[in-house]
Design a protein around this ligand. Sequence first.
Ligand code: HSE
Length: 345
Amino acid sequence: MRTYRLALIGFGNVGQGLATILRDYGPTIAAQHGADYRIVAVNTVRKGRVYNPEGLDPGQLLQNCGVNQRLDDIPAPYTGWTVEQVIRESNAEVIIEMTASDLLTGQPATDYIRAAIAQDRHVITTNKGPVGLFYPELSAMAAERGVHLGVEGTVMGGTPVLRVGRELLAAAGVERIQGILNGTTNYILTRMAEGESYEAALREAQKKGYAEANPSADVDGYDAAIKIVILTNLLLGIPLKLENVEREGIGNLTTRDIVRAQQVGEVWKLVAWVERTPDMVKAAVRPIRLPATHPLAGISGATNAVTFVTKLLGEVTIVGPGAGRVETGYAVLSDLLEIHHRLNG
Ligand code: HSE
């Protein structure tokens, strides 16, 4: 059995999803994989900071979140440590960065990731800002220090897309990637088609833990755009930037538009795509009215889908949850197990 001590930077939807998985399945994971995951530090802006080198009970962390929203009244030898202090001085082997995304600057997450790699810690992040903006630099730095940088949760939550794309489709000749990559907007459009108002549907998406801290990132198309940037960088090896993605959100769509489409059996979806030819790359995010027969038309709620159009396999489509607490927490677990399997051959 190998023990991994984890420091959680951020304890919002994803952190709580991970804690739920470790509370409910930790013993099973240990028995099946020989990996014992122990949360030793949790560091948040609003709920406090707590560090116990021996480990913190995930159930207790979750309970405190539910009761008084404070983590630092859990009995532990240390409270109030800064993120930098946790990275430098704690006994955590893996730093899990899950702070709110700033898709334009990638901060403060990027500095945390740089600091953690510099301290030879493995890093897992579900944060799209650092990966969309600085992946080449961060992955080179991790390779140089001999540590792992896990980013699976940045696109489609725990639905396996990045590793499948990079490893199993690497030789298939991917020419185009297209899909529904934002759960919040897909949920809103689905609920509006069912008769709900935009505002109420957005509130529901926030309550279910799908939306970004600032939901403009979802509804204005930035989140889908940065995910296309991540897919393009990681799978196509092309250094596309957010500003190269043509972007339009769902803000101009009215209930009337949605009902009118429905009357003729069509459906509005926020679709993201990137296409490469030998001499150009084109990427965009845009609401599109699709016929009911289109493969993306039936993708509803917070479900996402991505289609890889390849030379050797034709179209390969992956469908699964794109947002959600446990759904994204699972992506962190899959990166943790990837680290474990790499370290143990
Ligand atoms: N806000 C994002 C979404 C979360 O709705 O898809 C997952 O990246």
